[in-house]
Ligand binder design. Structure first.
Ligand code: CTP
Length: 403
């Protein structure tokens, strides 16, 4: 249920800190990778050793620890997570968050993060009901921080009221619900083209290329995993249709164009297909036979429409149009030229000079827009797809702000 999700759990001070151990166990059992920060207050109630043993990872405690900072600085800690979860969240950490204090590793990480944050406040009922705490909670709510309210019951301090940390099982369910409904591309429609096209020479022969469709299919899957409503338009490939994605099968460039236009309107369009540049003019409807003079037939080629260019200039143009540039030489220069010529927003330039790329699992990508060139490390195609989805998520955030 939480397969591959990276959760940064911040355990702050309070008697309920012991419940964090069971929470870590449940999250890990559901497939999450849990990395923990234990505050100074938290460490008064449970030990770093216990947290490390259960989380099976290093526990981060100190902003000024040379070892911690060199291994994994607070900025990386805050970025390499899909969710930052604070449980229990003491009155103090709630106040630090509301007012932007950066006094220790936990508060600094919370100030530096660009990831969703969920907090589970737990404190004495009078502290919880105090106007100061309630004002802080309202400030955090307005910022989009998810608050799991405390339970009511007998408190360790002998008082009764709201302030108990909910059961770890309940927090675990809230985390699952969060990932189901809070996907960053939820509400966006995306079109992805993938694979080669086959252009008929006659009913039994065709012109094609070696594109496997692996990259396009991985992008469609990753966008769907990020919550987008994806239509995948694919040429002939030997890959299964990705689960839960509307998949349209085509053979030729003309069919791919028609399917792409029919899938509009969309917010995002990614052209990963290796579309054949030419097709046979007036391909015969019967099989071409060898003739007696042993003369090979001449094939007259005409140019196919450019899907990327057509959609970039379409009246229903998606707000983000992305193309690929497969090049064997002058990668950046050629890719920039393609960006301008085709009128798209980004080009993912891909060096296909090595035999590691076409039909294979590795890609060396440069993300190019009008102003910048960003080199990505060599990654497998799934990692490229995820990096692209992340870049799209960031871009869509700025689109939203501009609106
Ligand atoms: N593309 C397309 N329709 C075509 C040809 C290409 O949509 N008829 C898209 C590809 O999906 C890719 C981008 O355009 O996103 C660039 O494809 P590429 O093959 O690198 O470039 P071409 O335009 O075909 O130019 P050339 O082959 O001359 O490099």
């Amino acid at each position: 249920m939480l397969n591959g999700k990276r959760i940064l759990l911040i355990i702050s001070g309070g008697i309920a800190a012991y419940k964090a151990i069971e929470l870590i166990r449940l999250l890990k059992k559901s497939g999450a990778h849990v990395r923990c920060i234990l505050t100074h207050g938290g460490a008064q109630f449970i030990t770093p050793l216990t947290v490390a043993a259960i989380s099976e990872d290093h526990v981060y405690t100190d902003l000024f620890s040379l070892k911690d900072e060199s291994e994994m600085g607070h900025i990386r800690l805050s970025r390499e997570a899909d969710l930052v979860l604070v449980a229990p969240a003491s009155a103090n950490i709630v106040a630090q968050m509301a007012h932007g204090f950066a006094e220790d590793l936990a508060s600094t990480t919370l100030l530096a993060t660009n990831k969703p944050v969920m907090i589970c406040p737990a404190m004495n009922p009078m502290m919880w009901e105090h106007t100061a705490t309630q004002n802080n909670i309202n400030t955090l709510k307005k910022r989009g921080i998810v608050i799991i309210p405390p339970d009511e019951g007998d408190m360790a301090c002998g008082e009764y009221g709201a302030g108990r940390l909910p059961d770890p099982a309940h927090i675990h369910d809230e985390v699952i619900a969060f990932f189901k409904t809070n996907k960053p591309l939820h509400g966006y429609r995306a079109i992805v083209t993938s694979g080669p096209t086959h252009e008929a020479i006659d009913p039994v022969r065709y012109i094609g290329n070696r594109s496997s469709g692996k990259q396009g299919h991985a992008i469609a899957q990753s966008l769907a995993d990020h919550g987008a409503n994806v239509t995948l338009i694919t040429g002939p490939v030997s890959l299964p249709d990705p689960q839960g994605i509307k998949t349209v099968h085509v053979q030729t460039a003309l069919e791919m164009l028609e399917a792409t236009q029919s899938a509009l309107p969309a917010d995002i369009a990614i052209f990963a297909a290796a579309v054949a540049d030419w097709r046979i003019d007036n391909a015969p409807t019967h099989k071409i036979k060898k003739n007696n003079e042993k003369k090979a037939p001449s094939l007259l080629l005409i140019e196919n429409p450019d899907l990327l260019k057509t959609i970039s200039n379409h009246k229903n143009r998606p707000s983000l149009v992305i193309g690929f540039a497969a090049e064997t030489q002058d990668l950046i220069e050629n890719a920039k030229e393609k960006l301008t010529k085709k009128g798209c927003d980004w080009i993912l330039a891909n060096n296909v000079a090595t035999d590691k790329v076409f039909g294979n699992d590795q890609n060396h990508i440069y993300l190019i827009d009008q102003n910048t060139v960003q080199e990505w490390p060599i990654m497998d195609k799934k990692a490229v797809a995820d990096a692209l989805s992340e870049a799209i998520v960031e871009k869509m955030k700025t689109h939203k702000k501009e609106k």
